[in-house]
Ligand binder design. Structure first.
Ligand SMILES: *Cc1c(COP(=O)(O)O)cnc(C)c1O
Length: 403
């Protein structure tokens, strides 16, 4: 038993690294040890505007003096404004606010089932999902995720999800039946290893949904709010869903999730059919409105896309120099994955020793998730640190081979 396991009162569901932070500034975190770390985790794609962004800090401070919480029994002008802005920027007509990605997905699943039920087809409740997906940790979203490693020990997975291989359109067509309600997919799999099928695959899914009266649901919890270089990833793909979930970066670090839908897709949701005590909380709404203020300013996404291109080029050159450590660069915008040759965990640890923080993903991938406001100088700094970490790992590999 490690020291932390024996003394900590936190449920030990996370393998936490032995480092703690007391403060953040932009792309940097300052450890309790006084060290400065370059944060390319962004709280797992949450702190899109970096740490302590002045506009977000001011918005939250102002709201904190006015009103912290108010029940959904009453009107919410700021929530109305946030919903209107999200709809104006997207395909959607209606928004439900909640507190996390899993909750946003729960709403998306319920809304999809209810759509068919209210049209007289309660038997249409099944949703087609994809291998390598991640949709959350509640019982329904776990069933949608479908990964054995997350489901083990939690009883029978909730019924209603049919998983098929990513990119296999024939398998999707075969899975569609009289019980199918919709198709659920991430525009770019984050947890699954920064993997995406061709745009043509998404177009084919849209066609299958249109031909069969199914709803197309995009889980944009990770890809949404600028992470792939557009406000929403579906815009880059050029395929419009009927339902979309958001969370992670929506509040810039304050917990808030959202389920967006067209009027038609949302038509089954009537008063009393869903709810949330904290959903649309004034502090969360203030944070999200402030995030939109910054992201919708001219040039914001151009900057993120420029940084994306630079980061991908710089990472590719590291892959060229250290093929024994890293093999491939993937991803869009600033959701970038580097597939490791060594165990991904070894590379992440070596990077943390260099004071660069990154996140693991499936398929032995290390995710680089800088804030969207990252500068070119910070990218250079990160790549130098990666270069050093790869050099050390290379040296170790050669030393072991020589033995
Ligand atoms: C993180 C994530 C979720 C779950 O979000 P939580 O806020 O952790 O519940 C769902 N879907 C995707 C694609 C995610 O990346």
């Amino acid at each position: 038993m490690t020291a932390s396991a024996s003394t900590s009162h936190l449920l030990p569901v996370f393998a936490r690294a032995d480092v703690a932070f007391e403060r953040g500034e932009g792309a940097w975190l300052i450890g309790t040890d006084g060290e400065r770390y370059l944060d390319f985790t962004s709280g797992v794609a949450v702190n899109a505007l970096g740490h302590a962004h002045p506009h977000l800090v001011a918005a939250l401070q102002q709201q904190a003096t006015r009103l912290w919480h108010m029940s959904n029994l009453f009107k919410s002008p700021d929530g109305e404004r946030l919903a209107a802005r999200l709809c104006e920027q997207s395909f959607a007509d209606k928004v439900f606010f909640c507190n996390s990605g899993a909750e946003a997905m729960e709403c998306a699943i319920k809304l999809t089932r209810r759509y068919h039920a209210m049209k007289g087809h309660p038997e249409r409740y099944r949703i087609i999902t994809f291998e390598g997906a991640f949709h959350g940790r509640t019982l329904a979203t776990l069933a949608a995720t479908g990964a054995e490693k997350y489901l083990e020990g939690f009883g029978p997975p909730m019924d209603g999800f049919d998983q098929v291989p990513l990119g296999d359109i024939a398998a999707v067509k075969k899975a569609v039946g009289p019980h199918t309600a919709g198709i659920l997919i991430e525009p770019l799999q984050g947890e699954g290893g920064v993997r995406a099928p061709e745009n043509a695959f998404f177009k084919a899914l849209r066609q299958i949904c249109d031909d069969n009266g199914l709803l197309l649901i995009f889980d944009e919890v990770q890809t949404g709010m600028g992470r792939t270089g557009e406000l929403f990833a579906y815009k880059r793909i050029g395929v419009t869903p009927d339902v979309m979930s958001l969370a992670k970066a929506l509040g810039g670090g304050f917990p808030i999730g959202a389920c967006l839908a067209t009027n038609e897709a949302a038509s089954g949701m009537t008063p009393g059919s869903h709810g949330s005590t904290f959903g649309g909380n004034p502090l969360a709404v203030a944070a999200a409105n402030a995030v939109l203020d910054v992201m919708l300013a001219p040039g914001f996404f151009e900057h993120a896309r420029k940084m994306s291109l630079l980061l991908k080029q710089k990472l590719a050159s590291v892959v060229d120099r250290h093929p024994d450590v890293v093999a491939e660069v993937r991803g869009e915008g600033l959701l970038i994955g580097v597939r490791a040759v060594v165990p991904a965990g070894d590379l992440i640890n070596a990077l943390r020793d260099e004071k660069l923080l990154t996140v693991a993903a499936g398929d032995n991938v290390v995710r680089f998730l800088p804030p969207l406001i990252v500068t070119e100088a910070e990218l250079d700094e990160a790549v130098e640190r990666l270069e050093r970490a790869c050099g050390r790992l290379s040296g170790k590999i050669r030393a072991e081979a020589a033995q």
